[in-house]
Design a protein around this ligand. Structure first.
Ligand code: ATP
Ligand code: MG
Length: 684
């Protein structure tokens, strides 16, 4: 294996990576390199001979994250580490141990939970509308992942703050019947939570199972630990037994699955559970510019609750970049069109399509954006929607490859075979015209690239082996990165990053979502964290927007999200709404401004400067002090052009200050009071 290059980590990250076997907790904010650090920690433990790679189990939150970790480890020459979701790991283990637990009785994973719960609901004569069944289902899921049985459910509801969707006794009965419907004399149906429950039970209760399992796995790593459920924690405890070789990483401010029963308490209590644990806090955010982290800090700074007590101020380590933008649009359609237009501009500037994402709260919001992107001829992929491996052209391509693999006269090179075989499916030598054909061409190309990558990782792979690997990736939903703009929900964006992020649909009832508003403060805080997760996905460009009405011409009944209150003042809201239609004019001659430099100045460069020289030099003196205190170069605080604009406009309030070119909400939050004070003091 290749020695992991620990010089690619900073000092704090390295301390976590090189800590000897035993409990380690990394409690750190978004983009600080948690995921990167655990990957290096695994590589280092293996490299130092502390553990055999086959004895490591790394648990991540999504199949995609697990796939990525395997890939990164493989790139460091560490093969054989199991990186999986809790469910996938449990499923694999249960398959192995099942005969010892249940003998000959076969089990099967439920493929349609909804219809089974529907049957339970109907058998009870309860409301069987789709929404009602959905409510029952998610309540049962919550109870199971919180380790609450049907019998104890009403008691829990009576004694905690949780509100049941309907009569708790009814929920308990549907829950009970659902459980009964799953077991028949011939076979046992299991849902995802049952997998976890059974594997924990088997390790806890069946002698022999624990022994075999604990011999197999010795070192455990959990990413995104803030979102672990009591049920998952129980599985983790069963895996560990009385051992303590556990590394966890997480960020309590990114807890976004509480509605599922997830709880950051295990993360926050880790050093109480393991007093000898190495605890590392990371603050440096390597993902984002100071402009992005500034906004993120401001947004999460308004949070309340236990996680808020653990707040770490993110320090953006990237070069300064553009201020985040805030825009109100008349309708969803306008919002989508404008976003597509801005994406075209980014593409023209050389930002790659795969480095751009549009993020929203719920899947249903993607539609107008898909339409606008298609109209603009921009390739995109919807994450969590139709997965790569389920696209018709990819299914077809894999069928063609399977047919090809049966031929005798096969050339050796799987890449060459694929390229030749895909010509008839539309893989021409050059990119075709037309959005449909282009998309097809792009995904076939992505498949060829993927095959090339598999072969370069494992040069001895022939076509059947490549097909096996493709199947594994398809099962793990490990889609290749395509040259397309990503559309995803905020939940699906967790852990990921892009150069440019558009956070859209930022209105009340969407973010925070309506049911959270009804449920109260705790749920609203979860929505705020979701917003924070969204903001921290951006490396450089971040655009936030909302539409005041659903469609053009209808009443402007929507309100901007409360999470921007005090960040984007109400006055700026109406200004920004109209700004794009209004040319920016020179404050001296009123002529239209063209270049970015002119726009920052607010006047033509040769139109006479009319600022207050005294204020300008007072602001410069203040800026030097502020830069020294913050240990950053002066221009990071404000550019000269912005100081000039300030000394011309002489703002007297936060709102006026926001109207000055070069001053965004994050800067306002940070320096507004000081700048206003300097201006006031100088003008007397
Ligand atoms: P999240 O909370 O969103 O999951 P994270 O803490 O897991 O974030 P990573 O995804 O590991 O953060 O890292 C964020 C980005 O910063 C990645 O692009 C990573 O490669 C980069 N990065 C991390 N540490 C360093 C470092 N020491 N030097 C340079 N780049 C780094
Ligand atoms: Mg991460």
């Amino acid at each position: 294996m290749i020695k992991p290059d620990l010089s690619l980590l900073d000092e704090d990250q390295r301390r976590a990576a090189v800590a000897p076997r035993g409990p380690v907790c990394i409690l750190a904010g978004a983009g600080t390199g948690k995921t990167r650090t655990i990957t290096y920690r695994i590589a280092n433990l293996v490299d130092q001979g502390f553990v055999n790679p086959q004895r490591v189990l790394a648990v991540t939150f999504t199949a995609r994250a697990a796939g990525e970790m395997r890939d990164r480890l493989a790139a460091m020459g560490v093969g054989g580490v199991q990186a999986q979701t809790f469910h996938a790991a449990a499923r694999r283990q249960l398959r192995y141990f099942w005969p010892q637990v249940a003998g000959d009785l076969p089990w099967q994973l439920i493929d349609n939970k909804f219809s089974l719960v529907g049957r339970a609901v109907r058998s009870l004569g309860a409301d069987n509308s789709k929404d009602s069944i959905k409510d029952f289902l998610s309540e049962i899921e919550w109870a199971k992942s919180s380790l609450i049985s049907a019998d104890s459910y009403p008691e829990v509801i009576a004694t905690t703050a949780r509100e049941a969707p309907t009569d708790p006794a009814k929920v308990a009965e549907v829950y009970r019947r659902y459980e009964q419907l799953k077991s028949t004399p011939e076979r046992m149906l299991l849902d995802f939570d049952d997998l976890l429950m059974h594997i924990a039970g088997a390790i806890e209760n069946v002698p022999g199972v624990a022994e075999v399992f604990r011999e197999q796995y010795r070192t455990f790593v959990v990413d995104e630990y803030q979102d672990v459920t009591p049920l998952q924690q129980r599985v983790l405890n069963a895996w560990l037994g009385d051992r303590d070789d556990l590394t966890v990483v997480g960020d309590a401010n990114q807890t976004i699955y509480s509605f599922n029963g997830a709880s950051p308490e295990y993360l926050l209590d880790f050093s109480r559970t393991y007093p000898e644990a190495t605890v590392v806090k990371l603050q440096r955010d390597y993902r984002s510019t100071p402009q992005v982290t500034g906004l993120a800090n401001t947004v999460i700074g308004k949070a309340t609750g236990r996680a808020a007590g653990t707040r770490l101020e993110l320090q953006g380590m990237r070069e300064p970049g553009p201020e985040p933008t805030f825009r109100a649009y008349e309708s969803e359609e306008n919002e989508a069109k404008e976003v597509a237009g801005q994406i075209l501009t980014l593409l023209a500037q050389g930002v790659r399509a795969s480095e751009i994402a549009i993020l929203y709260r719920i899947n249903a919001q993607s539609e107008p954006f898909e339409q606008a992107l298609a109209d603009a001829g921009i390739i995109y992929q919807v994450r969590g929607g139709e997965g790569f491996f389920r696209r018709p052209e990819i299914l077809e391509a894999i069928r063609v490859l399977i047919a090809a693999s049966r031929r005798e006269d096969l050339p050796d090179d799987p890449v060459a075979i694929a390229r030749a075989a895909f010509v008839e499916l539309g893989l021409s030598a050059t990119e075709p015209q037309g959005a449909q054909a282009r998309e097809r061409w792009q995904s076939l190309n992505a498949l060829v690239d993927l095959i090339a990558q598999i072969v370069s990782d494992s040069p001895d792979f022939d076509l059947p082996a490549v097909l096996g690997e493709l199947k594994r990736r398809a099962d793990a939903k490990q889609n290749p990165t395509m040259e397309g703009v990503t559309l995803a929900t905020l939940h699906a964006a967790k852990g990921l990053e892009w150069d440019a992020v558009f956070l859209v649909g930022l209105t009340e009832k969407l973010l925070p979502i309506n049911h959270a508003i009804k449920a109260g403060d705790e749920q609203i805080e979860e929505e705020r964290r979701l917003f924070y997760v969204g903001i921290t996905r951006a490396r450089v460009h971040l655009a936030l927007s909302w539409a005041l009405a659903k469609s053009t011409g209808s009443r402007a009944s929507r309100e901007r999200t409360r999470f921007l209150d005090g960040i984007v003042p109400e006055v700026a809201q109406s200004h920004t709404a109209g700004r794009k239609y209004r040319p920016q004019r020179c404050r001296v001659c009123r002529g239209e401004l063209q270049t970015p430099a002119e726009k920052v100045l607010g006047r033509h460069e040769d139109c006479e400067y009319q600022g207050d020289e005294e204020v300008f030099s007072a602001l410069r003196a203040w800026r030097s002090r502020a830069a020294r205190d913050a240990k950053v170069p002066a221009y990071v605080i404000f550019s000269d052009a912005t100081l000039r604009a300030l000394s011309e406009d002489l703002p007297g309030s936060d709102a006026e200050m926001l109207d000055v070119a070069g001053v965004g909400p994050a800067k306002l939050e940070r320096y507004g009071a000081e700048v206003l004070e300097v201006i006031r003091a100088t003008r007397g």
